[in-house]
Structure formats: structure tokens, C-alpha cells
Design a protein around this ligand. Structure first.
Ligand SMILES: Nc1nc2c(c(=O)[nH]1)N[C@H]1C(S)=C(S)[C@@H](COP(=O)(O)OP(=O)(O)OC[C@H]3O[C@@H](n4cnc5c(=O)[nH]c(N)nc54)[C@H](O)[C@@H]3O)O[C@H]1N2
Ligand SMILES: Nc1nc2c(c(=O)[nH]1)N[C@H]1C(S)=C(S)[C@@H](COP(=O)(O)OP(=O)(O)OC[C@H]3O[C@@H](n4cnc5c(=O)[nH]c(N)nc54)[C@H](O)[C@@H]3O)O[C@H]1N2
Ligand code: SF4
Ligand SMILES: [Mo]
Length: 701
């Protein structure tokens, strides 16, 4: 057989790099960056470059498996048999306990088509809004903030703004490790512009990103809102704001102006544990540069102040008029490869496709018409968000859970609680590409999913760019694209007609209909045929036009009166109390060469050589106070549980703060999972849990 070259998209992060994959005889023989893809122009990071090794692993789940109870081993079954059993149990649970006794937990790592179909299955067919996504742990706060400030979700910016800005303001994002290809672009641009371009990084750790910055503000974890309010305070007092922009294009300024007055830099310097001068410098560079581009990720979103942090960043852009023009704007980074697709299809518990809400009766009617179901099928009350979904399972209210593309036992906060919840449900269905994972080991039914590299579909990157995935190799065994499994199930539930798609493109066309007429999300100009030639950004009204690289160019926002809205952002302390018993702050996060719970990266020798094992990083002063030395076995104890690892004495974390990566789940060793320590308290608006702040003590293990 001849070699073929297939163009597809990296299955890892939200940068959305194009891949050019050489295939021989159903085997990937070479992976390169796609020179023509605008996200990466040929570049790749270590993860993208090694995807050939995650495809044919010994633990690929290639067949459906079933067991009556968790004490017996799994037995292989035909996929349709497995689905028939799931359908039977779903029906009897619904008959006895109602539709909300079942729930779905889905993923930003699925294609848009799969996300769309699962959402339709839950909200339209079964009639429960109990479908939520791992995005709740990831970008829920950004979604809420964009809607509040601009009237519609999604960043107004694009990657090409990188080469047009004078100031990068990076807060709570470690781009060098988590969005490496974008970071390379930032570094290249800054090097070219020399003193005319500044990089500011706000992070309690001196990450590789902070090492590459001109100014690193190592604020105390959780104090961002105070810091951002002080930046606004300085910009107002120095006259670096744009009164014209504020007057003509915004509302709510008066209250924010008054609020900012209270946040003097001297006061805030104490709260944040940095010097006043540093705040002045950051404000000067942001306020004084012609253009400023803000990037943020989990250091902002994963917080009980997640929405306020987002809004406080957006306030800076609105106050200076640095939005809706090339080189400027607020740019939240999506983490997963297709978290943005999930936003389009509305796969979280309160949303419907096309930026609609379940609480809005017109929205329900519009979507019910497209789904060909009765509008009464779609419930008007938001379903359970992820954290509450697991609480409801623990309490026995949710009795069946179907997980698609998530590993919550390893990745949700407070894993003891997650385990109790998963063990209590009468039916746990896990649809994954691999088995065992921490979560799949507790399942009753396993459904074999194809990998992104084995299917057609679309994914949308951080910059709203839709790219086409094309199958490089065949899915092994009986594994199938997630959407096909959902459609087969829907047929068994008596809804064959509404799920009679012959290919992924049929689903995309239906998804487009949901977005048609929604000005800020139009996709009418995007089709598989067009995507085969090149990826396209939305909104894109028709085939003749390019997708919009930037939004709000005319300074007309998606709010009712077209004005962007300032929001008052009061500062409050994180939820978990730091006390004598729990004197340290644990923050958690990522390493450059591992991906989440490692179901994929564990198979790649090169990546494991680079980030071989878990550790707990602590400042030398904190280690010394406790009489601990580098390499000691230690454990972190919180009010929920503990996690152990090897101590890495490291002055790159602030004194008083410790850091542990969350890549190693329970299967990597006993008591090794950091999420045994974290808690589920969440932002009151976005319901995103505070994975970046837990009070702990450290002790010798
Ligand atoms: N290599 C790799 N890349 C990935 C992933 C991966 O697993 N591995 N996952 C992808 C996904 S899903 C996501 S969501 C993104 C996440 O990308 P990032 O958000 O960049 O990654 P994190 O390490 O979770 O957190 C970022 C930083 O927030 C800092 N931080 C903690 N608390 C605070 C705080 O209170 N304030 C501020 N300002 N900063 C704080 C941490 O020290 C950390 O350096 O990465 C994506 N890319
Ligand atoms: N302590 C702490 N915890 C965190 C975070 C943190 O910063 N700190 N970050 C949070 C964030 S931002 C995120 S996004 C979550 C991620 O949380 P998860 O999504 O739960 O983590 P993954 O390990 O990526 O799990 C994905 C699962 O889906 C499978 N999978 C991959 N691709 C597919 C597919 O195409 N189809 C199917 N059916 N299965 C697939 C994988 O094998 C794996 O088992 O973790 C969160 N948890
Ligand atoms: S930067 Fe992200 S999308 Fe690009 S190759 Fe690396 S993991 Fe893949
Ligand atoms: Mo994420």
C-alpha cells in the first residue's frame, strides 16, 4: 500500500495545531506540523509530535464490556447488547425515579458532532438537563464573564493579534507549558520588537512562562481581583483610560470608577504580597502601550472568584478602549482541544445550542423545532453542574451516570467524595478509548470509543477557528466515534428518526442550523467541503466571506443596546480557610509533557522521560521550617484527605504556597492523587470549583 498524508488536528490542547500525518498500511509512520495551518504553521510541541504512540496501545478499549455488579469481572459483549442493557436500565430508572435520576458527564475532548449529539440525547430525547462537561472545571468562569460583559460568549481576539501587540498581560496561565506553540509565537514577536514589547506574567509560581517575562508578579494565590482593581485604580489616576470609548461604547462605568478608588496600590500590595512598584509598572505597561493583549487560563478561572477575575481583566480593556481592534483584547485560553465546540453546542447544564439558555422559552422552542421534539421535552430549569451532579449521586438522587471522555475520579476535586458517588450509582457507563482508567475500573458498562485520529469531525480552537479532523487510521476492534454510539442508543430509546445521520457532516449541518441567525456565532459559511481546504473562524455568514478574525470591530457589542458592560468586582478571600492546622496554600496544575490523568501520555516514553514523576514543590524557607529536605517523602493533608509524593525544594513557588501537578491519579500509586486534597467549593455564578486553592499542611510521610 502507498503512503498517504492525512491532515488533521492535534488531539491535545486548545491551540488547535494542524497535523500532517503520514500513514502506511493503517499505521501512522510520521507526524509533522501542518505548514499550512494558521494556528501553528508547521510547529508542534512534544505532545503533538508523539501522537503516533497513543493509538495502538495495549490498553485500548476495543470492545464493549459489561458486568452486573462491581465485584465481578467484565465480560465482553456486542456493542448493541451493551447499549440495549443501558437503555433498559435507563428506562426503568426513569419510570421509577423520573428523568433527572439519570445524568451525563461529557468532555471538551470530543468532536463538536459528538458533543452535539449527546446534548440532544440528554436534553431533547431523555428530557433531562443533567448533562455537564469537564469544561465546568475549565472555562465555565470565562463563559459567564463574556456573557455578562459583551452579551455573548467567546473571546473577541485571534492568534494573529500576537504579532500586533505591544504588551502581553498573562494572568494565571503557564503558556510555555500548556499552550507551547502560542508561547513560541509570543517569544518570537517580543524578541523582534525588543523594548517596544513587554510581557507581564501574574502567577504565584515562577513558571517557565514567568521566566520568559519582563515582569513577573508573584501574587499570593487567589488575590487577583484585588491586584486587577489596583491596576485600574492606577490607570484612572494616571489618565491612561479612554474616556471616549467609555462614553460611547460602554455602560456601568460610574460604579466601577467608584469601586476602583478604594483599591490603592499600597493597600493592594499588602494583600497580594508584592511591591507597590510592581503594580505600578504593570499598570504603566498595560495602560501606556498602544495595544495590549491579555491571556488567562486556570489561575483565573478555577476560583471562587473566577468570574470576578475574568470581569476585572475585561474591565481593564474596556476602560482603556483596548478591545475590538487588532493587537488588543481579552483572550481567555481554552484548555481542551474542543472546549469551544462545547460552548457552541451548549453542552453544559444550563445551555442549549447556539448560545441559547434552557431558561428561555423561545430558545427551547427554537431548538425543539430543529431537534423535532416537543418543546415540553426540554426542561426549563438548568440541570446539575458537575460538582452538584456528583453530590446528587452521593446522596442517591442521581442513579445512573454515563461518562464520555472524562476521568472524574482522578480529575474532579475531593476524590473521596467522587468515589463514594461513583460507587453509589446503580449504573455507571464509561465510554472511553482506554481501559482501565481510574474511573472505568468502577463501571458496569464500558463502551469503546474511537480516538480523534480515527474519525471525521470538527473541533474549534481558542480563537474560534473550526478545523476538520480526518481519519488517519481505522478505529480498532468495535470502537466507534462517540456520536455513532450515541445515535445507536437513541434508536434503542425509540428516536431513530431524529438521529439518522449518515455521517459526521450531517450533524455539523444540523448544528449550523442552530447557530444560523445567531449573529455572534454564525456558521452558515462553514461546511465540510470548505474545511477540507482550510479551517475557518466563526462568525462566518456565508461562503463568500472569510470568517471574522476579530469581533466587535465596530464597537457594537452583543448586548441589547450594543454597549459593553463594566462590572463591579469586589474582592473576597478564597473558600478554604488557611489556619494554624492548615497553614499552607496548595495550588495544582500542569507540566509541559503530561496530559491530565495521563491516559494518553503514559504511553509515550519520550514524554515520560521529560516529566517522569509527581512531586510536591515547596519554597526552601517552608521546607526548612518543617525540617524537611529535597527528596524527602512528604504528604499534604487537607480537611478532605491527603496526597503523598517526593518533596522538591524549589524557590520558584512563593513561600507559603506549595504546588503539586494533578497528572498522577490513583492508579499511579496509593494516595498519590492530589485531588484527594482539593475541594469542590465553586464560584457562585459559574459553579467552577476552586482547584487552585486548598489549605493544607505538609508533613513527613
Ligand atoms: N502540557 C499540558 N498542556 C495542557 C494541558 C495538560 O494537561 N498538559 N491541559 C490543557 C487544559 S484542559 C487546560 S485547562 C490548560 C490549562 O492551562 P494553564 O491554566 O496555563 O495551566 P495550569 O497549570 O492549570 O495553571 C496555570 C497557572 O496558574 C497559576 N495559578 C495558581 N493559582 C493562581 C492564582 O490565584 N492567580 C494566578 N494569577 N495564577 C495562579 C499556577 O501557578 C499555574 O502556573 O492547559 C491545556 N494544555
Ligand atoms: N487538581 C486539579 N484538577 C484538575 C485541574 C487542575 O488544574 N487541578 N484541571 C481541570 C481541568 S481544566 C480539566 S479540563 C479536567 C480534565 O479532566 P478529564 O477530562 O477528566 O481528564 P482526562 O485525563 O483528559 O480524561 C479524559 C478521559 O477521556 C478519554 N478520552 C480521550 N479522548 C476521548 C474521546 O475522543 N472519546 C472518549 N469517549 N474518550 C476519550 C481519556 O482516555 C480519559 O480517560 O481536569 C480538571 N482537574
Ligand atoms: S500546542 Fe497544543 S495543539 Fe499544538 S501540538 Fe502542542 S498540544 Fe497539540
Ligand atoms: Mo481544562
Amino acid at each position: 500500500m502507498k503512503n498517504r498524508v492525512v491532515k488533521t488536528i492535534c488531539p491535545y490542547c486548545g491551540v488547535g495545531c494542524g497535523l500532517s500525518v503520514k500513514v502506511h498500511d493503517d499505521q501512522i509512520i510520521q507526524v509533522k506540523g501542518d505548514d499550512e495551518h494558521p494556528a501553528n504553521r508547521g510547529s508542534l510541541c512534544t505532545k503533538g509530535a508523539t501522537i503516533d504512540q497513543i493509538v495502538r496501545t495495549p490498553n485500548r478499549l476495543t470492545q464493549a464490556q459489561f458486568r452486573m455488579d462491581r465485584s465481578t469481572p467484565f465480560a465482553p459483549v456486542e456493542l448493541d447488547d451493551a447499549l440495549a442493557r443501558v437503555a433498559g436500565t435507563f428506562k426503568s430508572i426513569i419510570a421509577e425515579h423520573g428523568r433527572d435520576a439519570v445524568a451525563f458527564y461529557v468532555s471538551g475532548q470530543l468532536t463538536t458532532e459528538s458533543q452535539y449529539v449527546f446534548n440532544k440525547l440528554a436534553k431533547g430525547v431523555i428530557g433531562t438537563n443533567n448533562i455537564d462537561a469537564n469544561s465546568r472545571l475549565c472555562m465555565a468562569s470565562a463563559v459567564s464573564a463574556y456573557k455578562l460583559a459583551f452579551g455573548a460568549d467567546a473571546p473577541p481576539t485571534c492568534y494573529d493579534d500576537i504579532e500586533l501587540t505591544d504588551c502581553f498581560f498573562i494572568l494565571g496561565a503557564n503558556m510555555a507549558e500548556c499552550h507551547p506553540v502560542l508561547w513560541q509565537r509570543i517569544k518570537r514577536h517580543a524578541a523582534r520588537r525588543k523594548a517596544r514589547c513587554r510581557i507581564i506574567v501574574v502567577d504565584p509560581r515562577r513558571t517557565p512562562t514567568a521566566e520568559g517575562a519582563h515582569l513577573h508578579l508573584a501574587i499570593r494565590p487567589g488575590t487577583d481581583v484585588a491586584f486587577l482593581n489596583a491596576m485600574l485604580h492606577i490607570m484612572i489616576s494616571q489618565g491612561w483610560i479612554s474616556e471616549r470609548f467609555i462614553r460611547n461604547h460602554t455602560e456601568g462605568w460610574e460604579k466601577v470608577y467608584q469601586m476602583a478608588e478604594a483599591w490603592s496600590p499600597s493597600h493592594v500590595a499588602k494583600i497580594c504580597g508584592i511591591s507597590e512598584l510592581e503594580i505600578h509598572r504593570a499598570a504603566f505597561w498595560f495602560g501606556h502601550s498602544s495595544e495590549a493583549l491579555s491571556f488567562w487560563a486556570m489561575g483565573a478561572n478555577q476560583s471562587t472568584q473566577g468570574v470576578a477575575k475574568n470581569l476585572a481583566i475585561i474591565n481593564l480593556h474596556l476602560a482603556t478602549g483596548k478591545v475590538g481592534r487588532p493587537g488588543s483584547g481579552p483572550f481567555s485560553l481554552t484548555g481542551q482541544p474542543n472546549a469551544m465546540g462545547g460552548r457552541e453546542v451548549g453542552y453544559m447544564s444550563g445551555l442549549l445550542p447556539g448560545f441559547r439558555e434552557v431558561t428561555n422559552s423561545r430558545h427551547r422552542r427554537e431548538i425543539a423545532a430543529i431537534w423535532e421534539v416537543s418543546p415540553r421535552r426540554i426542561q426549563s430549569k438548568p440541570g446539575l453542574d458537575s460538582v452538584r451532579m456528583f453530590e446528587a449521586m452521593e446522596a442517591g438522587r442521581v442513579k445512573a451516570l454515563w461518562i464520555v471522555g472524562c476521568n472524574p475520579l482522578a480529575t474532579m476535586p475531593d476524590s473521596a467524595r467522587v468515589k463514594r458517588a461513583l460507587e453509589r450509582v446503580e449504573l455507571l457507563v464509561v465510554q472511553d478509548c482506554y481501559h482501565p482508567t481510574e474511573t472505568s475500573a468502577l463501571a458496569h458498562v464500558l463502551l469503546p470509543a474511537a480516538l480523534n485520529l480515527e474519525m471525521e469531525g470538527t473541533m474549534t480552537s481558542s480563537e474560534r477557528r473550526v478545523s476538520l479532523l480526518q481519519p488517519c487510521v481505522q478505529p480498532p476492534g468495535e470502537s466507534q466515534p462517540d456520536w455513532e454510539i450515541a445515535c445507536r442508543f437513541a434508536a434503542l430509546m425509540g428516536h431513530e428518526q431524529q438521529f439518522s445521520y449518515s455521517c459526521a457532516s450531517d450533524i455539523f449541518e444540523e448544528h449550523k442550523r442552530c447557530c444560523s441567525g445567531v449573529h455572534s456565532l454564525q456558521m452558515d459559511g462553514i461546511s465540510y467541503r470548505r474545511l477540507r481546504r482550510q479551517p475557518v473562524q466563526w462568525p462566518c455568514a456565508d461562503h463568500a466571506s472569510h470568517g471574522a478574525a476579530r469581533r466587535y470591530r465596530r464597537k457594537v457589542f452583543a448586548t441589547a443596546n450594543g454597549r459593553a458592560i463594566f462590572h463591579v468586582t469586589p474582592y473576597s478571600d478564597p473558600a478554604d480557610l488557611v489556619t494554624e492546622d492548615y497553614p499552607l496554600v496548595l495550588t495544582t496544575g500542569r507540566l509541559a509533557h503530561q496530559w491530565h490523568s495521563r491516559t494518553k501520555t503514559a504511553h509515550v516514553a519520550k514524554l515520560n522521560a521529560l516529566n517522569p514523576e509527581p512531586f510536591i514543590a515547596a519554597h526552601p524557607e517552608d521546607a526548612q521550617k518543617l525540617g524537611l529536605a529535597d527528596g524527602d517523602r512528604v504528604r499534604l493533608v487537607s480537611r478532605r484527605g491527603f496526597a503523598r509524593s517526593v518533596l522538591k525544594v524549589d524557590d520558584s513557588v512563593r513561600s507559603g504556597t506549595v504546588f503539586m501537578p494533578f497528572h498522577w491519579g490513583q492508579s499511579a500509586g496509593e494516595n498519590i492523587c492530589v485531588n484527594a486534597v482539593t475541594h469542590g467549593k465553586a464560584d457562585p455564578v459559574s459553579h467552577q470549583p476552586e482547584l487552585k486553592f486548598s489549605a493544607v499542611r505538609m508533613e513527613a510521610a
